[in-house]
Design a binder for this molecule. Structure first.
Ligand SMILES: [Cu+2]
Length: 236
């Protein structure tokens, strides 16, 4: 199912409502709706267009519509972006940095939820975890060997990388165990040893092929856990 027609319809309806609202705010002696339409097509932000824009930013829209737009477009700028999409070419959506983007997405979810308890929100904790993920993914050293029908991986690092390994790998072993994998860790001064035993469901050939990182990404709980961390409900 494509969401495009829905968004187009919603943006169109919102534009129409905003136009009607702005028109109602204008004195009868100034431009009619057609004059305003002409200005909007040219992207002119002065005059009635600027007035309308200001009213939108101040919450001049009907509350129901405002919430609908927020839910659909993720954030209070939804109306603004919807209008721009109609009069100019596409705007980029990528933030340019994946942890930045992940935090921004979570903040927008929290802001859109009226039940968010801001006294418990902890974005700094989420940031620390995303740094852990970065360290383990990009900077941890992993040496793999097969022993006794198991894959034994020595994971090492220094400083911030070491701290990240000691938090993330044991947490992942718990997730693997919950999924029926036979995984254990053993502490080392500069890291740990991760051992995963082959089973019928997870044969040795697959464990060898997955290696350290392939094991670390098993399960898709991170996005959900990130939101819980930001809400102050979850810690590794
Ligand atoms: Cu994560």
């Amino acid at each position: 199912m494509s969401t495009f027609p829905w968004k187009t319809t919603l943006a169109g309806a919102a534009l129409l409502a905003a136009t009607a609202y702005a028109y109602a705010q204008m004195s009868p002696s100034t431009d009619g709706p057609m004059g305003m339409r002409g200005q909007m097509q040219h992207g002119d932000m002065s005059g009635p267009m600027a007035q309308m824009h200001q009213q939108m930013m101040q919450g001049g829209m009907g509350q129901g519509m405002h919430e609908g737009m927020q839910a659909d477009m993720r954030g209070g700028m939804g109306m603004h972006r919807g209008m721009h999409a109609q009069q100019s070419s596409a705007e980029p959506d990528a933030t340019g940095q994946d942890a930045f983007g992940a935090i921004q997405e979570v903040v927008q979810i929290l802001e859109a939820d009226p039940k968010t308890d801001w006294s418990k929100v902890n974005i700094a904790a989420l940031r620390e975890h995303l740094i852990d993920m970065n360290e383990v993914t990009l900077h941890a050293a992993a040496t793999e060997r097969v022993t006794n029908d198991s894959l034994e991986i020595t994971v090492t690092g220094e400083g911030r990388t070491l701290a990240a390994i000691k938090r993330m790998v044991p947490a992942q072993v718990q997730e693997l165990a919950a999924m029926g994998w036979k995984a254990t860790t053993q502490e080392l001064p500069n890291g740990l040893t991760l051992t995963v035993a082959a089973t019928e469901a997870q044969p040795l050939a697959k464990l060898k092929a997955l290696g350290f990182m392939g094991l670390m990404v098993q399960g898709h709980y991170h996005p959900q856990h990130h939101l819980m961390m930001a809400k102050g409900q979850f810690m590794h």
